[in-house]
Design a protein around this ligand. Structure first.
Ligand SMILES: Nc1nc2c(c(=O)[nH]1)N[C@H]1C(S)=C(S)[C@@H](COP(=O)(O)OP(=O)(O)OC[C@H]3O[C@@H](n4cnc5c(=O)[nH]c(N)nc54)[C@H](O)[C@@H]3O)O[C@H]1N2
Ligand SMILES: Nc1nc2c(c(=O)[nH]1)N[C@H]1C(S)=C(S)[C@@H](COP(=O)(O)OP(=O)(O)OC[C@H]3O[C@@H](n4cnc5c(=O)[nH]c(N)nc54)[C@H](O)[C@@H]3O)O[C@H]1N2
Ligand code: SF4
Ligand SMILES: [Mo]
Length: 767
């Protein structure tokens, strides 16, 4: 039989779990003992017991292992000696340090076509990838390849391109500072700024809006500020599920007399009630209500809500001048107040109340709480950033803080809560599709090559370029680009058109099954593992959500002796691609990561004495202008901005679908198929709906439906979704990411930052 001329065209859609959906009562209390048990169960199931214990004792300890889960900060001073982590931290290490491995035997047994019938959960649980593998053109199975051959092959393909811009280099936010820096250095010496990253789909709108208004794209608060705040607003973020140790900070705030307002279309368990397993006997141990006020905002009703609050504050200020706004701050540090107030004053309170969907009396109560507080922190995440007006959402948050002078002083400020454990650090050390002239100048001066000076592709641009056949090589530093990006089937079409796709990975995911004509898997060490190089044992460093850089050093024997570290893979690829023409001493970087950190210090500001300070227990804070009221905007002032209430009409028969994470997943990695906090067992293909909407549509609990988005004229379908009645505003649906990404149009994104609008997708129902 003649060999097929191309790889089998595997589907990009995740097969359904062999499901047995059970809808149970929702747990009103987050964390507590069930959380610890759930985490430990994963450790016991997937790790060797002693390794599990040893690793957990090092997790988030000073000079220990930085948790590979989220980017929540560790306490600066007092850390628990044995328990500085949460359920998700345990699940993250259990997932990475799995005792099972998969090697060439596994891939010989299972064709790519067969693997594509496995669920995402099964793929992830197959085990750690133990050796480099290649899917050659026309082949049905991955086969082993030596590292040397792999680098030579990728290097040759890159050199064969017509232009460096035919390559895309994607970064997922788990990569260390050291790996990420080398990655952007290689891409730029090779000649492209095509450096999309997961941040493009995450807090890009935050970065855009905060840079423009406050002169720094990062949050301003420290953990201490959260403890000291009089009022914390949590908008569009679900800490109980996604940043569980944040609950300890919220608990401390409450102990100190602080109040909490939650703004969310869903009454998330962690926002309502929380039991702290780390501090039994403390204030929230009995599951005391966490939020003092819960505002069930309509999807994308946040600007209307924030305006209603600010309008009310303004009325109070007019009646009692000087008692509500912080005039000293406004006059000394800001600009644009007049325009802002003029625009705000044109809004009608009642219209805003209707637009945001929150009860008038609750808005008045919230305004009262704001009025009485001077130390205010606002926390936000994807419920704010992933909208067509995501940047404007963030700007409106800034407006509120500026009115109250609640920035750059203890107990107050911006708190965009980051996702991946080093997503903030990757950007700090240069991974970005945009040209930052200062970095380019320093790279040029320090290394002596000319970095490209034109912006590259952000994630949505990369998907489109791939689908248009403009990309020959897709190279990924971790992640699961296929499932994380919008319009899954369009992205798959793009992947299949690449001549070569290569992914540095620890675990199997669907992106390995939907690749280019030739596809490579380059397996790397995980963060929990020992990293030995020519000049001895190495460590890496990461930056958390509050700008603290600290070291992370693995302790476990690598799961296979055929793995390379990420810095080793990138530097060897650079050598194979650029050869002797390169200006960078890649071998030195690989042999001793101090050399990478030294280069970072020379080319990125804020890293003075990097190698010394990173060795201090607990690491060091990077400079942060907003924290000290130095606003590095073009005028040196913090800026009020004018943002309109989004008024996009919803066509008849359509609903707004938002996307959610469960605590049993980390992005596209599935730890399990349950969502204890939302009462879901054994399935992820569910859609949460208001009972009134169900009645109007004639739907019953657990009924299977198809969700359709053809609002832009292109048909997108997600079949076999089970209906779950839920406490969610009428007109709003919710479903899990990444499954629902099939429905998100690639062109639906924030206008400024291009963050996909995956929190408001128009869908209709087919029963
Ligand atoms: N267990 C776990 N932890 C994680 C992750 C994970 O997948 N699993 N992922 C990590 C990553 S990369 C990130 S970025 C963070 C994400 O952390 P979050 O942003 O907390 O995650 P999401 O589940 O996407 O949802 C955000 C919340 O926004 C609400 N929401 C939806 N639409 C709107 C809206 O229009 N307005 C408002 N106000 N709220 C809305 C949802 O109900 C939900 O509670 O978590 C990190 N931590
Ligand atoms: N609809 C919708 N889409 C979204 C979102 C949403 O809320 N809704 N959220 C967006 C957000 S916030 C994000 S951050 C992106 C996430 O996008 P990504 O960062 O691309 O996705 P992950 O699922 O975190 O990547 C998981 C894979 O990383 C690999 N991996 C794990 N650990 C390591 C390691 O140490 N090294 C290497 N090299 N590889 C490793 C494993 O192979 C694993 O399969 O998704 C975005 N997409
Ligand atoms: S809160 Fe985040 S960083 Fe901390 S242990 Fe949990 S998953 Fe890890
Ligand atoms: Mo994220």
């Amino acid at each position: 039989m003649p060999a097929p001329d191309k790889n089998p065209e595997t589907s990009a859609l995740s097969p359904h779990e062999n499901e047995n959906l059970k809808i149970t009562d929702i747990s009103q209390k987050a964390a507590g003992i069930p959380g610890v048990v759930a985490g430990l169960k994963d450790v016991v199931t997937y790790m060797k017991p002693m390794e599990g214990l040893r690793t957990s004792l090092k997790l988030n300890q000073k000079l220990g292992i930085d948790c590979p889960g989220c980017a929540w900060p560790d306490p600066d001073h007092d850390r628990s000696n044995y328990f500085e982590y949460c359920e998700n931290g345990l699940k993250a290490i259990a997932e990475e340090a799995q005792k099972n491995t998969i090697d060439s035997n596994f891939f010989a047994q299972h064709s790519v076509e067969e693997l594509s019938t496995w669920t995402d959960f099964q793929l992830g649980k197959a085990g750690r990838i133990a050796e480099p593998m290649i899917l050659r053109e026309g082949a049905t199975h991955y086969e082993p390849i030596s590292w040397d051959e792999a680098f030579a092959l990728i290097g040759a393909e890159l050199r064969a391109q017509n232009s460096p811009d035919e390559a895309v280099f994607y970064t997922s936010g788990r990569a260390s500072n050291e790996a990420a820096y080398l990655f952007q250095l290689f891409a730029r010496e090779f000649g492209t700024n095509n450096l999309p990253d997961c941040s493009n789909m995450c807090h890009e709108s935050t970065g855009y809006a905060l840079s423009k208004t406050l002169g720094i794209g990062k949050g301003s608060v420290t953990l201490q500020d959260l403890h000291e705040a009089e009022l914390i607003m949590i908008i569009g973020q679900n800490p109980g599920t996604n940043h569980p140790r944040m609950m300890s900070a919220l608990e401390k705030c409450k102990e100190n007399g602080g109040k909490i307002i939650a703004v969310n279309p869903l009454p998330e368990a962690g926002l309502m009630n929380f039991i702290n397993p780390q501090r039994p006997g403390k204030i929230l141990s009995r599951g005391t209500t966490l939020s003092d006020l819960y505002l069930p905002v309509q999807i994308n009703g946040d600007i209307a809500l924030l305006k209603a609050l600010m309008l009310q504050l303004w009325h109070k200020e007019k009646n009692n001048p000087g008692t509500v706004f912080d005039w000293d701050f406004i006059q000394e540090y800001t600009e644009g107040y007049e325009n802002f107030i003029q625009s705000l004053s044109k809004y009608d309170f009642t219209t805003l109340v209707e637009a945001c969907g929150v009860a008038r009396k609750d808005i008045l109560e919230a305004a009262d709480m704001l009025l009485r507080s001077e130390k205010i922190v606002i926390c936000w995440a994807m419920g704010i950033t992933q909208h067509e007006n995501g940047s404007e959402n963030v700007q409106e948050i800034v407006n509120l803080l500026l009115l109250k002078g609640a920035i750059g002083k203890p107990g107050a400020g911006t708190c965009p809560v980051r996702g991946h454990s080093n997503v903030q650090g990757d950007r700090t050390v240069g991974v970005w599709d945009k040209v930052k002239p200062e970095l380019m100048d320093k790279l040029e001066a320090h290394f002596g090559f000319q970095p490209p000076r034109e912006n590259g592709y952000a994630s949505v641009d990369a998907v489109k370029a791939m689908a248009e056949g403009k990309v020959r090589v897709f190279f990924s530093l971790g992640g699961n680009f296929l499932k994380a990006t919008p319009d899954t089937e369009l992205c798959a079409e793009g992947m299949r058109q690449c001549a070569l796709t290569a992914i540095i990975s620890t675990k199997l995911n669907r992106n390995h099954l939907v690749g280019g004509k030739t596809a490579l898997i380059l397996p790397c060490l995980g963060r929990t593992e020992l990293d030995n190089q020519e000049e001895g044992e190495q460590f890496v460093s990461t930056e958390n959500s509050t700008g603290v850089v600290q070291m992370s050093k693995g302790i476990l024997e690598p799961c296979s002796n055929n793995l390379l570290s990420e810095p080793a893979i990138i530097s060897r690829l650079a050598e194979a691609t650029l050869g002797s023409s390169s200006k960078v001493d890649w071998a030195a970087m690989r042999h001793n990561y101090d050399n990478i950190r030294h280069a970072i210090q020379q080319t990125v500001s804020g890293f003075d004495d990097y190698n010394e300070r990173v060795r201090e227990p607990g690491g060091f804070y990077l400079p942060n202008g907003a924290r000290v009221r130095e606003f590095h905007t073009d005028t040196g002032k913090a800026k009020f901005t004018v943002n309109e209430v989004p008024g996009r009409a919803i066509p008849d028969g359509y609903f707004m679908l938002t996307s959610l994470r469960s605590h049993d997943q980390f992005n596209t990695t599935l730890y399990g198929l349950n969502d204890r906090y939302r009462g879901i067992k054994n399935s992820r293909h569910v859609v949460f709906m208001n009972r009134e909407d169900m009645t109007a549509l004639g739907l019953k609990e657990s009924q299977q439906i198809t969700l359709i988005n053809d609002s832009d004229g292109k048909m997108r379908r997600l079949e076999g979704m089970s209906v779950v009645p839920y406490d969610i505003p009428q007109g709003a649906f919710a479903a899990y990411f990444p499954e629902m990404n099939v429905l998100v149009p690639i062109d639906s994104h924030d206008k400024y930052s291009k963050t996909p609008a995956s929190k408001r997708v128009l869908v209709r129902v087919e029963a």
